[in-house]
Design a protein. Structure first.
Length: 208
């Protein structure tokens, strides 16, 4: 029962729409009605400002990191069963962001929340994936393309730094879901209509 409650709490924590809360705080802005409409740090940075975007990024990462850290602290990772519980906690938080109960099971794309999950599970894997993200973002100036590429590389990095097979399986599942959630971005990229990233918010948006 305690484990089930913990997993439910992980999902509920992951469901918290940080971007909406930050947008409302910075001038009463609903980020779902501006920019890409996504409740992620990139859209918040574009439409509200870079400070708001950074706060959203940290908040979304914490949503993934805290449940995993909690389960590791109280359950451990010594056995395969314990590792499974830790992975389920991370997956629950991640799915909460994608399918938030507070937003009628709609949500974001999960990049920051997934980063939080693996920052606790495999910090070296996140370091490698972050380098991939930076290289792609710097070369092509598309955050979406950088996110998709990093998601595709995530299982490889996890496999390189740990022998825990369940962590690799979790990375595969999360990576596939992130790429799927970027399907509209992929379509725009192929059409050459995907916007480049800019920290400059529109004139009618509040500064961050």
């Amino acid at each position: 029962m305690a484990v089930l409650l913990g997993l439910i709490a992980s999902y509920l924590l992951g469901s918290i729409p940080v971007a909406l809360l930050v947008g409302k705080f910075y001038g009463g802005i609903d980020v779902r009605k501006l920019g890409s409409g996504n409740i992620g740090a990139t859209n918040v940075a574009r439409t509200v400002g870079k400070k708001a975007g950074l706060i959203t990024l940290i908040g979304d990462m914490l949503k993934g990191a805290l449940p995993v850290a909690f389960f590791i602290l109280f359950v451990g990772t010594d056995t395969l069963t314990h590792q499974l519980l830790v992975c389920l906690a991370g997956l629950a938080a991640f799915l909460g962001h994608l399918f938030s109960i507070y937003l009628k099971f709609k949500g974001g794309k999960g990049v920051a929340t997934a980063t939080g999950v693996f920052l606790v599970l495999c910090p070296l894997a996140i370091l490698g994936d972050f380098l991939v993200f930076l290289c792609v973002a710097w070369r092509w100036r598309y955050v979406s393309l950088a996110s998709i590429t990093a998601a595709a590389f995530l299982p490889t990095w996890v496999g390189l730094v740990t022998n825990k097979k369940l962590y690799i399986v979790l990375a595969v599942v999360i990576g596939i879901l992130i790429i799927y959630r970027h399907k509209d971005n992929i379509h725009r990229l192929l059409q050459g209509k995907e916007p480049n990233f800019s920290f400059t918010p529109p004139a009618n948006s509040a500064g961050g």
